[in-house]
Write a protein that binds this ligand. Structure first.
Ligand code: RAM
Length: 332
Protein backbone atom coordinates (compact mmCIF):
# COMPACT_ATOMS: atom_id res chain seq x y z
CA UNK A 1 0.00 0.00 0.00
CA UNK A 2 2.71 2.41 1.12
CA UNK A 3 4.75 1.42 -1.86
CA UNK A 4 1.86 2.09 -4.15
CA UNK A 5 1.36 5.59 -2.80
CA UNK A 6 5.05 6.25 -3.27
CA UNK A 7 4.96 4.99 -6.83
CA UNK A 8 2.00 7.15 -7.70
CA UNK A 9 3.69 10.13 -6.01
CA UNK A 10 6.76 9.59 -8.13
CA UNK A 11 4.56 9.22 -11.18
CA UNK A 12 2.77 12.41 -10.18
CA UNK A 13 6.06 14.23 -9.70
CA UNK A 14 7.41 13.14 -13.04
CA UNK A 15 4.11 14.13 -14.63
CA UNK A 16 4.47 17.57 -13.01
CA UNK A 17 8.07 17.79 -14.21
CA UNK A 18 6.92 16.80 -17.67
CA UNK A 19 4.25 19.49 -17.64
CA UNK A 20 6.78 22.07 -16.47
CA UNK A 21 9.01 21.02 -19.30
CA UNK A 22 6.16 21.50 -21.76
CA UNK A 23 5.28 24.94 -20.48
CA UNK A 24 8.93 26.01 -20.45
CA UNK A 25 9.15 24.90 -24.05
CA UNK A 26 5.91 26.62 -24.91
CA UNK A 27 7.27 29.88 -23.49
CA UNK A 28 9.99 29.83 -26.12
CA UNK A 29 7.38 29.68 -28.82
CA UNK A 30 5.13 32.61 -29.57
CA UNK A 31 1.60 31.22 -29.61
CA UNK A 32 -0.70 32.91 -32.13
CA UNK A 33 -4.35 31.82 -32.13
CA UNK A 34 -6.14 32.05 -35.47
CA UNK A 35 -9.79 32.25 -34.40
CA UNK A 36 -12.18 31.60 -37.29
CA UNK A 37 -15.94 32.12 -37.67
CA UNK A 38 -16.48 28.35 -37.45
CA UNK A 39 -14.48 25.17 -37.98
CA UNK A 40 -15.02 23.12 -41.13
CA UNK A 41 -15.07 26.03 -43.64
CA UNK A 42 -12.66 25.56 -46.57
CA UNK A 43 -11.86 29.28 -46.78
CA UNK A 44 -10.55 29.28 -43.21
CA UNK A 45 -8.65 26.04 -43.70
CA UNK A 46 -6.84 27.71 -46.61
CA UNK A 47 -6.12 30.73 -44.37
CA UNK A 48 -4.71 28.34 -41.74
CA UNK A 49 -2.37 26.93 -44.38
CA UNK A 50 -1.04 30.47 -44.89
CA UNK A 51 -0.72 30.95 -41.12
CA UNK A 52 1.37 27.77 -40.88
CA UNK A 53 3.54 28.99 -43.73
CA UNK A 54 4.17 32.28 -41.85
CA UNK A 55 4.96 30.35 -38.64
CA UNK A 56 7.47 28.13 -40.45
CA UNK A 57 9.13 31.18 -41.98
CA UNK A 58 9.31 33.06 -38.66
CA UNK A 59 10.39 30.07 -36.55
CA UNK A 60 9.46 29.77 -32.85
CA UNK A 61 5.81 30.45 -33.66
CA UNK A 62 3.02 28.04 -32.90
CA UNK A 63 -0.33 28.57 -34.65
CA UNK A 64 -3.42 27.51 -32.74
CA UNK A 65 -6.23 27.12 -35.30
CA UNK A 66 -9.52 27.32 -33.44
CA UNK A 67 -13.13 28.47 -33.57
CA UNK A 68 -16.64 27.45 -32.61
CA UNK A 69 -18.67 24.76 -34.39
CA UNK A 70 -21.18 27.30 -35.68
CA UNK A 71 -20.87 30.94 -36.73
CA UNK A 72 -21.99 32.56 -33.48
CA UNK A 73 -20.45 35.30 -31.31
CA UNK A 74 -21.29 33.23 -28.20
CA UNK A 75 -19.18 30.36 -29.50
CA UNK A 76 -16.28 32.72 -30.23
CA UNK A 77 -16.50 34.31 -26.76
CA UNK A 78 -16.03 30.86 -25.20
CA UNK A 79 -13.02 30.27 -27.44
CA UNK A 80 -11.53 33.68 -26.55
CA UNK A 81 -11.99 33.07 -22.80
CA UNK A 82 -10.22 29.76 -23.09
CA UNK A 83 -7.33 31.37 -25.03
CA UNK A 84 -7.01 34.02 -22.30
CA UNK A 85 -6.83 31.22 -19.71
CA UNK A 86 -4.12 29.49 -21.78
CA UNK A 87 -2.17 32.76 -21.91
CA UNK A 88 -1.56 32.82 -25.65
CA UNK A 89 0.58 35.66 -27.02
CA UNK A 90 -1.77 36.81 -29.79
CA UNK A 91 -5.31 36.36 -31.07
CA UNK A 92 -6.13 36.99 -34.73
CA UNK A 93 -9.88 36.73 -35.16
CA UNK A 94 -12.41 36.72 -38.02
CA UNK A 95 -15.43 37.88 -36.05
CA UNK A 96 -19.02 36.68 -36.15
CA UNK A 97 -20.15 40.02 -34.72
CA UNK A 98 -18.23 43.31 -34.49
CA UNK A 99 -19.62 44.27 -31.06
CA UNK A 100 -20.42 41.09 -29.15
CA UNK A 101 -16.87 39.73 -29.08
CA UNK A 102 -15.26 43.09 -28.21
CA UNK A 103 -15.53 42.91 -24.37
CA UNK A 104 -13.82 39.48 -24.27
CA UNK A 105 -11.10 40.73 -26.62
CA UNK A 106 -10.63 43.85 -24.50
CA UNK A 107 -10.05 41.57 -21.51
CA UNK A 108 -7.47 39.69 -23.56
CA UNK A 109 -5.64 42.95 -24.38
CA UNK A 110 -5.74 43.99 -20.70
CA UNK A 111 -3.88 40.74 -19.94
CA UNK A 112 -1.18 41.67 -22.45
CA UNK A 113 -2.43 39.57 -25.37
CA UNK A 114 -2.02 41.12 -28.84
CA UNK A 115 -5.41 41.20 -30.60
CA UNK A 116 -6.06 41.82 -34.29
CA UNK A 117 -9.03 41.08 -36.50
CA UNK A 118 -8.80 39.94 -40.10
CA UNK A 119 -11.37 39.00 -42.77
CA UNK A 120 -14.38 39.96 -40.62
CA UNK A 121 -13.65 42.88 -38.30
CA UNK A 122 -14.11 43.80 -34.65
CA UNK A 123 -15.00 47.33 -33.54
CA UNK A 124 -12.02 49.54 -32.85
CA UNK A 125 -12.07 49.18 -29.06
CA UNK A 126 -11.85 45.38 -29.33
CA UNK A 127 -8.71 45.06 -31.44
CA UNK A 128 -5.40 46.77 -32.19
CA UNK A 129 -5.83 46.67 -35.96
CA UNK A 130 -7.95 45.06 -38.67
CA UNK A 131 -6.81 43.46 -41.91
CA UNK A 132 -9.39 43.62 -44.70
CA UNK A 133 -8.89 41.26 -47.62
CA UNK A 134 -9.51 44.12 -50.05
CA UNK A 135 -11.32 47.46 -50.32
CA UNK A 136 -14.90 47.09 -49.09
CA UNK A 137 -16.24 49.38 -51.84
CA UNK A 138 -14.45 47.34 -54.49
CA UNK A 139 -15.86 44.04 -53.20
CA UNK A 140 -19.38 45.51 -52.99
CA UNK A 141 -19.23 46.68 -56.58
CA UNK A 142 -17.60 43.45 -57.79
CA UNK A 143 -20.32 41.13 -56.47
CA UNK A 144 -23.03 43.22 -58.13
CA UNK A 145 -21.13 43.57 -61.41
CA UNK A 146 -20.54 39.80 -61.57
CA UNK A 147 -24.33 39.36 -61.66
CA UNK A 148 -25.12 42.37 -63.89
CA UNK A 149 -22.54 41.38 -66.54
CA UNK A 150 -24.64 38.31 -67.36
CA UNK A 151 -28.02 40.10 -67.27
CA UNK A 152 -28.20 42.18 -70.46
CA UNK A 153 -31.97 42.62 -70.00
CA UNK A 154 -31.78 43.31 -66.25
CA UNK A 155 -34.06 41.52 -63.81
CA UNK A 156 -34.28 40.30 -60.23
CA UNK A 157 -31.31 39.37 -58.09
CA UNK A 158 -31.18 38.22 -54.45
CA UNK A 159 -28.35 38.10 -51.93
CA UNK A 160 -27.67 34.99 -49.89
CA UNK A 161 -25.30 36.01 -47.10
CA UNK A 162 -23.54 34.36 -44.16
CA UNK A 163 -24.75 35.28 -40.64
CA UNK A 164 -26.84 38.41 -40.13
CA UNK A 165 -24.17 39.89 -37.82
CA UNK A 166 -21.06 39.08 -39.92
CA UNK A 167 -19.04 42.31 -40.18
CA UNK A 168 -17.52 41.58 -43.57
CA UNK A 169 -20.63 40.42 -45.44
CA UNK A 170 -22.72 43.27 -43.98
CA UNK A 171 -20.13 45.82 -45.11
CA UNK A 172 -19.94 44.32 -48.62
CA UNK A 173 -23.74 44.22 -48.94
CA UNK A 174 -24.01 47.86 -47.82
CA UNK A 175 -21.35 48.78 -50.40
CA UNK A 176 -23.24 46.87 -53.12
CA UNK A 177 -26.49 48.61 -52.22
CA UNK A 178 -24.76 51.96 -52.47
CA UNK A 179 -23.77 51.39 -56.11
CA UNK A 180 -27.05 49.68 -57.09
CA UNK A 181 -28.25 52.88 -58.87
CA UNK A 182 -25.28 52.44 -61.26
CA UNK A 183 -26.94 49.22 -62.49
CA UNK A 184 -30.30 50.31 -63.90
CA UNK A 185 -32.61 47.37 -64.53
CA UNK A 186 -31.09 45.28 -61.73
CA UNK A 187 -33.68 44.79 -59.00
CA UNK A 188 -32.43 43.54 -55.62
CA UNK A 189 -35.51 41.74 -54.26
CA UNK A 190 -34.24 40.07 -51.05
CA UNK A 191 -31.31 39.43 -48.72
CA UNK A 192 -31.35 36.18 -46.75
CA UNK A 193 -28.89 34.52 -44.36
CA UNK A 194 -27.53 30.97 -44.46
CA UNK A 195 -25.18 31.43 -41.46
CA UNK A 196 -22.28 29.85 -43.38
CA UNK A 197 -23.94 26.48 -42.80
CA UNK A 198 -24.32 24.39 -45.97
CA UNK A 199 -27.77 22.98 -45.20
CA UNK A 200 -29.27 26.27 -44.02
CA UNK A 201 -27.80 28.10 -47.05
CA UNK A 202 -29.23 25.40 -49.37
CA UNK A 203 -32.72 25.82 -47.84
CA UNK A 204 -32.50 29.62 -48.08
CA UNK A 205 -31.60 29.32 -51.78
CA UNK A 206 -34.60 27.02 -52.29
CA UNK A 207 -36.75 29.60 -50.50
CA UNK A 208 -35.54 32.37 -52.81
CA UNK A 209 -36.39 30.29 -55.90
CA UNK A 210 -39.87 29.56 -54.51
CA UNK A 211 -40.56 33.20 -53.56
CA UNK A 212 -39.15 34.76 -56.74
CA UNK A 213 -39.91 32.59 -59.80
CA UNK A 214 -38.36 35.23 -62.10
CA UNK A 215 -35.08 35.40 -60.19
CA UNK A 216 -32.09 35.76 -62.54
CA UNK A 217 -29.16 35.64 -60.13
CA UNK A 218 -28.24 34.67 -56.59
CA UNK A 219 -25.31 36.70 -55.25
CA UNK A 220 -23.65 34.90 -52.33
CA UNK A 221 -20.72 36.84 -50.83
CA UNK A 222 -19.71 33.75 -48.85
CA UNK A 223 -17.83 30.64 -49.94
CA UNK A 224 -20.31 28.40 -48.09
CA UNK A 225 -23.39 30.20 -49.44
CA UNK A 226 -22.27 30.29 -53.08
CA UNK A 227 -21.58 26.54 -53.17
CA UNK A 228 -24.87 25.66 -51.46
CA UNK A 229 -26.76 27.99 -53.84
CA UNK A 230 -25.11 26.37 -56.84
CA UNK A 231 -26.21 22.96 -55.56
CA UNK A 232 -29.78 24.16 -54.92
CA UNK A 233 -30.05 25.75 -58.38
CA UNK A 234 -28.61 22.63 -60.04
CA UNK A 235 -30.94 20.30 -58.10
CA UNK A 236 -33.93 22.49 -59.07
CA UNK A 237 -32.99 22.14 -62.76
CA UNK A 238 -32.54 25.91 -63.08
CA UNK A 239 -29.05 26.03 -64.60
CA UNK A 240 -29.14 28.66 -67.35
CA UNK A 241 -32.11 30.40 -65.72
CA UNK A 242 -30.46 31.51 -62.48
CA UNK A 243 -26.76 32.45 -62.39
CA UNK A 244 -25.11 31.82 -59.02
CA UNK A 245 -22.29 34.23 -58.29
CA UNK A 246 -20.45 36.04 -55.48
CA UNK A 247 -17.35 34.99 -53.56
CA UNK A 248 -16.16 31.38 -53.74
CA UNK A 249 -13.13 29.12 -53.70
CA UNK A 250 -11.96 27.82 -57.10
CA UNK A 251 -11.41 24.38 -55.52
CA UNK A 252 -15.04 24.21 -54.37
CA UNK A 253 -16.61 25.97 -57.37
CA UNK A 254 -14.94 24.17 -60.28
CA UNK A 255 -17.92 21.83 -60.72
CA UNK A 256 -20.39 24.75 -60.65
CA UNK A 257 -18.47 26.54 -63.40
CA UNK A 258 -18.25 23.34 -65.45
CA UNK A 259 -22.01 22.72 -65.14
CA UNK A 260 -22.85 26.31 -66.07
CA UNK A 261 -24.60 27.03 -62.74
CA UNK A 262 -21.97 29.73 -62.17
CA UNK A 263 -20.75 31.95 -65.01
CA UNK A 264 -18.08 33.62 -62.89
CA UNK A 265 -17.23 34.48 -59.28
CA UNK A 266 -14.46 36.26 -57.39
CA UNK A 267 -12.17 35.90 -54.37
CA UNK A 268 -8.77 36.99 -53.07
CA UNK A 269 -6.14 34.48 -52.02
CA UNK A 270 -7.16 33.10 -48.58
CA UNK A 271 -3.72 31.55 -48.05
CA UNK A 272 -2.11 34.99 -48.43
CA UNK A 273 -4.71 36.45 -46.06
CA UNK A 274 -3.97 33.94 -43.27
CA UNK A 275 -0.24 34.39 -43.90
CA UNK A 276 -0.47 38.20 -43.66
CA UNK A 277 -2.67 38.12 -40.54
CA UNK A 278 -0.14 35.87 -38.81
CA UNK A 279 2.79 38.08 -39.86
CA UNK A 280 0.99 41.15 -38.47
CA UNK A 281 0.06 39.42 -35.20
CA UNK A 282 3.69 38.39 -34.81
CA UNK A 283 4.97 41.92 -35.54
CA UNK A 284 2.62 43.52 -33.00
CA UNK A 285 3.32 40.87 -30.35
CA UNK A 286 7.03 41.58 -30.92
CA UNK A 287 6.66 45.30 -30.21
CA UNK A 288 5.49 46.98 -33.44
CA UNK A 289 2.90 49.66 -32.65
CA UNK A 290 -0.48 49.76 -34.41
CA UNK A 291 -1.32 53.41 -35.01
CA UNK A 292 -2.61 55.43 -37.96
CA UNK A 293 0.07 55.72 -40.61
CA UNK A 294 2.15 52.82 -39.24
CA UNK A 295 3.63 50.47 -41.84
CA UNK A 296 3.64 46.84 -40.73
CA UNK A 297 5.60 44.15 -42.48
CA UNK A 298 3.73 41.21 -43.98
CA UNK A 299 6.70 39.08 -45.05
CA UNK A 300 6.57 37.89 -48.66
CA UNK A 301 3.38 39.98 -49.15
CA UNK A 302 5.27 43.25 -48.52
CA UNK A 303 3.68 45.54 -45.95
CA UNK A 304 0.41 47.25 -45.04
CA UNK A 305 -0.14 50.84 -43.91
CA UNK A 306 -2.79 51.53 -41.28
CA UNK A 307 -5.53 54.10 -41.96
CA UNK A 308 -7.12 56.31 -39.31
CA UNK A 309 -9.20 53.39 -38.00
CA UNK A 310 -6.07 51.22 -37.75
CA UNK A 311 -7.33 49.15 -40.70
CA UNK A 312 -5.51 48.03 -43.82
CA UNK A 313 -6.40 46.09 -46.95
CA UNK A 314 -4.51 43.27 -48.64
CA UNK A 315 -5.18 42.94 -52.38
CA UNK A 316 -7.87 43.14 -55.07
CA UNK A 317 -10.29 40.28 -55.66
CA UNK A 318 -9.71 38.19 -58.78
CA UNK A 319 -12.45 36.87 -61.07
CA UNK A 320 -12.66 33.19 -62.02
CA UNK A 321 -14.58 31.63 -64.89
CA UNK A 322 -14.31 28.72 -67.32
CA UNK A 323 -11.20 30.28 -68.91
CA UNK A 324 -8.98 30.22 -65.80
CA UNK A 325 -10.50 28.09 -63.02
CA UNK A 326 -8.41 25.02 -63.85
CA UNK A 327 -5.22 26.94 -63.06
CA UNK A 328 -6.41 27.71 -59.52
CA UNK A 329 -8.67 24.86 -58.41
CA UNK A 330 -5.80 22.84 -56.92
CA UNK A 331 -4.38 25.81 -54.98
CA UNK A 332 -7.31 27.06 -52.86
C1 RAM B 1 -16.82 32.58 -46.01
C2 RAM B 1 -16.69 33.38 -44.74
C3 RAM B 1 -15.57 34.39 -44.83
C4 RAM B 1 -15.63 35.18 -46.12
C5 RAM B 1 -15.67 34.26 -47.30
C6 RAM B 1 -15.76 35.00 -48.61
O1 RAM B 1 -15.80 31.63 -46.08
O2 RAM B 1 -17.92 34.02 -44.49
O3 RAM B 1 -15.65 35.27 -43.73
O4 RAM B 1 -14.56 36.07 -46.24
O5 RAM B 1 -16.79 33.39 -47.17
Amino acid sequence: MKRRIFTSMVAGMSLAAGLMGTSAMAQDNMRIALVVKALGIGFFEAAAEGAEEAAAELGNVEVIYTGPTDTTAEGQIEVINSLIAQGVDAIAISANDPDAVAPALKRAMQRGITVISWDSGVNEEGRMMHLNPSSTALIGNTILKLAADHMPDGGQVAILSASATATNQNAWIAAAEEVLPNYPGIDLVATVYGDDLSDKSYREAQGLMASYPDLKAIIAPTTVGILASCQAVSDAGKIGEINVTGLGLPSEMAGCVASGATESFAIWNPIDLGYSATMIAHALASGAVAEPGAEISTGRMGSVTLDDTNSAAMSDPFTYDASNIDQFKDIF
